[in-house]
Design a binder for this molecule. Structure first.
Ligand SMILES: Cc1ncc(COP(=O)(O)O)c(C=O)c1O
Length: 398
């Protein structure tokens, strides 16, 4: 039980697939193939702040300056349209994306679902990438709530080519759902933060428009693509009718997303938002955090991208670990662990013993996401821990 006693960063209950104490105990019984009991106490600088939470860029907490902006926010009842801070956020976001107007919503999920809802009626379908967030992580809300169907098409780490979509529009007859919409996700979460290249976005959306299909972008991490490519948010967005962007991911605000688009569609979205219970009252308090994030936290996303490359290098140089994809576009690193070294869950549990938190995304896959609450120094420390544990596990397995 010595290893259990040294488990300093045991997590509070959370919703993602972090190993529990029980699963750790099972691992120690060696059913997962990773030996835990031999690891030596790792040296670290006493001032190193732990844990280093790389599970997601949603885990950030508002800084004192952001909190001060939130505390000072001018608020009103946004259902009556009285909240000036929400209005400012909507105007500023729409302007940045080059859209007529925007709607503040509680989550990226709601932004996407409202985007689908304003383009489609029951019995319609949309084309999307197989691993996109809308399909994988939003409970099929489009089907549950709106009677829509999805036609998934597998991309290369989330990236689609226009040729893959060309024969996917269904025949216009009574047997078929009506193909109405193309959804893209940029950057792509399950594709390890991959950027759907600008030219292919233009091609896909141009083809969709010529064929009478609407275009929606899940731009939860659009600003990561902006910073990585130097292409403006307005240019990226110009190819889409509606774009959903998140303030609570890399930008570091505590709550909220915006759905941006033409006034008539956003008017409809506002109605549907009310039906979903997403109309909020003095939401200026949280909108002020989002405004602060837009004003202060976009350019610094480049630091997160550089930090992700440091983690990727640690993976690359560790035998038994394999980056997938090899090249890191933005702030998400996904890698696989050779089954001979154990499961992803066991490896994540070992990292966690050392105060480095990552997530499993499949039996042999692990994801790490950089963000503004992890410094360069912490990422370098995490990279060192990852290298050492990989070497340890490798030597035990070998
Ligand atoms: C690409 C993408 N879209 C949408 C969402 C949904 O955002 P929320 O968690 O705010 O509903 C996420 C969340 O991680 C995401 O990664």
């Amino acid at each position: 039980m010595q290893a259990l006693a040294s488990r300093r960063w045991f997590a509070p209950p959370i919703t993602c697939n972090i190993p529990t104490l029980a699963s750790f105990a099972i691992n120690r019984d060696n059913t997962q193939g990773v030996v835990h009991s031999r690891h030596k106490q790792r040296k670290r600088k006493p001032e190193m702040k732990l844990p280093i939470d790389l599970r997601s860029d949603t885990v950030t907490r508002p800084t004192p300056a952001m909190r001060a902006a939130m505390a000072a926010a001018d608020v009103g009842d946004d259902v009556f349209g009285d909240d000036l801070t929400v209005r400012r956020l909507e105007e500023q976001t729409a302007a940045m994306l080059g859209k007529e107007t925007a709607l503040y919503v509680p989550s990226g999920t709601m932004g996407n679902q409202l985007g689908l809802r304003v383009h489609c009626q029951a019995g319609d379908e949309f084309l999307c990438e197989t691993n996109c967030h809308i399909l994988c992580y939003e409970q099929g809300a489009y089907a549950q709530l709106f009677g829509l169907a999805a036609q998934p098409i597998e991309g290369d780490h989330g990236v689609l080519q226009v040729e893959q979509l060309m024969d996917r529009i269904r025949a216009d007859n009574d047997h078929c759902v009506r193909t109405r919409l193309v959804c893209l996700e940029n950057t792509h979460n399950r594709g390890a933060g991959r950027i759907q290249p600008y030219d292919s976005v233009a091609e896909i959306c141009g083809w969709a428009a010529e064929n009478g299909l609407a275009r929606h972008l899940d731009g939860a991490r659009l600003f990561n693509a902006v910073v990585a490519t130097g292409i403006s948010a307005a240019d990226w967005s110009s190819h889409f009718d509606t774009v959903s962007v998140c303030f609570s991911k890399g930008l570091g605000a505590p709550v909220g997303s915006a759905l941006c688009g033409p006034a008539d569609l956003i008017r409809q979205a506002r109605r549907h938002r009310k039906a979903l219970g997403g109309a909020m009252r003095q939401a200026g308090i949280i909108a002020a955090g989002a405004l602060y994030a837009l004003d202060h936290n976009i350019d610094r996303l480049a630091d997160d991208h550089a930090n992700a490359r440091i983690l990727a290098e640690a993976v690359r140089s560790s035998p038994g670990l394999r980056l997938d994809p090899e090249i890191i576009d933005t702030n998400i690193v996904i890698f696989e662990i050779d089954p001979e070294l154990g499961t992803a869950a066991a490896f994540v549990a070992r990292l966690r013993d050392e105060g480095v938190w990552m997530n499993t995304t499949a039996a042999q896959r692990i994801r790490a996401v950089t963000h503004l609450d992890v410094s360069r120094e912490q990422v370098q420390h995490a990279a060192g821990v990852l290298r050492e544990i990989a070497a340890e596990v490798h030597s035990v397995a070998g």
